[in-house]
Write a protein that binds this ligand. Structure first.
Ligand SMILES: [Zn+2]
Length: 130
């Protein structure tokens, strides 16, 4: 700083000028208040900057959340379609198996009935008849 009276440059911030003896304490007090005020302004500015960034981040998070939600909905819809298709295939497979078994049983019953009608196998070409 410089002395407010003699104008000489002073080392550090003495309470009294070492050259002319002027009481510098009131000046130092004003300087201190000015610095505090500037620091406060900076703090306020930084707080506002942080709030701005915070709002931006929240907006991004909201947008990202909405996008993720849409993707999840789509994935769920596809999974549901896939499951439904799988269920239909399984149902068809069960129906086919039941039909096969039913036909097999019918055939076996028919064969059994035929064999009862012809217990010695004379009719069915299984003979070496003349
Ligand atoms: Zn001085």
């Amino acid at each position: 700083m410089f002395c407010i009276r003699c104008g000489k440059q002073l080392p550090d911030e003495p309470n009294f000028c070492p050259f002319c003896g002027t009481d510098l304490r009131p000046t130092l007090q004003v300087m201190k208040e000015v610095r505090a005020s500037r620091t406060q302004q900076k703090v306020v500015q930084i707080a506002e900057d942080i709030e701005t960034v915070n709002l931006g981040v929240r907006k991004r998070i909201d947008n990202t959340g909405a996008a993720i939600g849409a993707e999840i909905d789509q994935a769920l819809s596809q999974a549901e379609q896939s499951v439904n298709a799988g269920v239909q295939t399984a149902e068809q497979s069960v129906v086919n198996t039941v039909n096969d078994v039913t036909n097999g049983v019918k055939s076996a019953v028919t064969d059994a009935v035929e064999s009862l009608k012809d217990p010695f196998g004379n009719k069915n070409g299984s003979s070496d008849a003349s």
